[in-house]
Unconditional design. Sequence first.
Length: 619
Amino acid sequence: MAAIQSISADPDELAAFLRGRRALLFGAPGAGKTTLTRELAARLPACRVLTADPGSPAFGVPGAVALGGWSGNAWQVEKLEALCTLDAARFRLPLAGAVRRLLAHAHGEPLLIDAPGLVRGVAAAELLAALVEASAADVVLVIAHEEAPLRRELAALPGDVRFVPSRMPARRPPAALRAVERSRLWERYLDSAGDEVISVDDLTMLGTPPPLDAPEAWRGRQLALLRQGETLALGEIKALRGKQLHLRIPPHAEPDALLIRDAVRNAEGEIRTAKPVIAEGASPPPARAPTVGTGQVIASLVNGVFGDPMLHLRLKQQRRSLLFDLGEGERLAAGLLHEVTDVFISHGHADHIGGLLWLLRNRIGELPCCRVVGPPGTAGQVDGFLRGLLWDRVGDRAPCFEVAELHEDVLKRWRLVAGRPPEALATQPAVDGLVLEEPEFRIRATALDHGFGTRVLAYAFEPPRQVNVRRERLAAAGLAPGPWLGELKRRVLQGHLGGNIEVDGRGTCSVRELTDELLLIAPPKKIVYATDFGDTADNREQLIRLAENAYALFCESSFAEADTDQATRTGHLTTRACAELASAAKVERLVPFHFSHRYRDDPMPMYAEVEARFPRVVR
């Protein structure tokens, strides 16, 4: 494959190179693509810019594509094409179509297209080719820190492709910061908006609207009014009453269609992607795996109750993932592996760590070190996987792990990089089993006995207390949700109740008084994961202490009561023991899993035995 030719990142030199040309700027979030676009626009006379990232636009309106220019130290918007989604990957064909329609209004050169920060996977490859075609770009500038992503796809593009070394730190902007910025742009656009009521029967409805019998799903949705396919205005749905849409929308001409997809303002006032809606009376789609959600996290058994154990915890507000055990991993989207920061191994049996090979293949690249915690011997097992493969072509893109083994009350640590010898790191204390502590959560572990001298670790994910908005009080106070509400919740979660914040419509307010008036603070929702241990008095005592009052317990339930002897011989639990542990620990929900394959044809009797002693079971 031919190397992509590099070009200077100096904005003055780049501007000289781009005079009279149409360029698409491509790169990952945090690479400095949008900053470079602004610098080039300021240096190129009469330059037009199209921002094609609906989730994090450089200017204009989130949920739309915008054409404009840099003038007087600010962006000036000339024309919008609505998408009503923040998801460039899922709606890549509508996005490419919007780019094509907008560029029909862009006469003259030069022209810059700021592409979405989507650089991995099939969706990114398809979108890249579609945008180059739709924009008729004759040069693609690839802004990256080291090596260009999607190299094969870039090499196949028509025209000139140039690598531009990033001048920005290798850091993806936090999801919360991106949400605040897009919400700010949305509010600015709605400054001139007024109230309006339209009937859904009067206009052609386009996009992916929620069902009419789910009015709650319409509140806060982004909407666009169209005429002959052209965007007249975007607005926000305040309510759906019957077939009447109550809108907040700027002045516009007479429409003939409306467009609705999945961009929505949430309870904190931030523009986010809406969750899928199930119409009233419809059967929900079959769950891929038993799943528990707490508002902050989604915990899902990736391979179900019969497959290799692996619990995926998605931290929704951080766009971050934790894995508990590494079973077979093909059912977990490869893109999520770039968000995995920590892996917690129960023990080294093949069905609990064999997925490390799958993880290694997806950790090659410009990714931070992944932390791994496990019982004694884990570092040698991870190192064995690394030494069993040839790493002659990855260079600085080699997978990296920081492995910590829990030995009684200390963590022995190593840094393991593919193709290099292990590096011992400083030992750390692990008082009361605390193996990881961050402001947003803690992970605690306890050792259990699997028999045959095998020690396993059970884990507890311990988040801080829950902070929820009392919406009826918010409405009674005449306050509208906005970024200030997210700031209030963040301060409360961090324990910073002193000081003031600025509240839309009320001015400067005391954090403590707003907390008492508007927020409901609930206990933390702990999630516990425990598997592969025998039914012994010591194991029961240790797990009950770890799981006490947990919101959810993911607990192995390998054998039916009739097969108690087999459970005892192999160091596993029966359905009865699983249920009794959940009851003794006073957990709110129990997710039994790791069923023996002998019950695969009919797992219902297994569930019946568990529910006979503990009814709050999640299937």
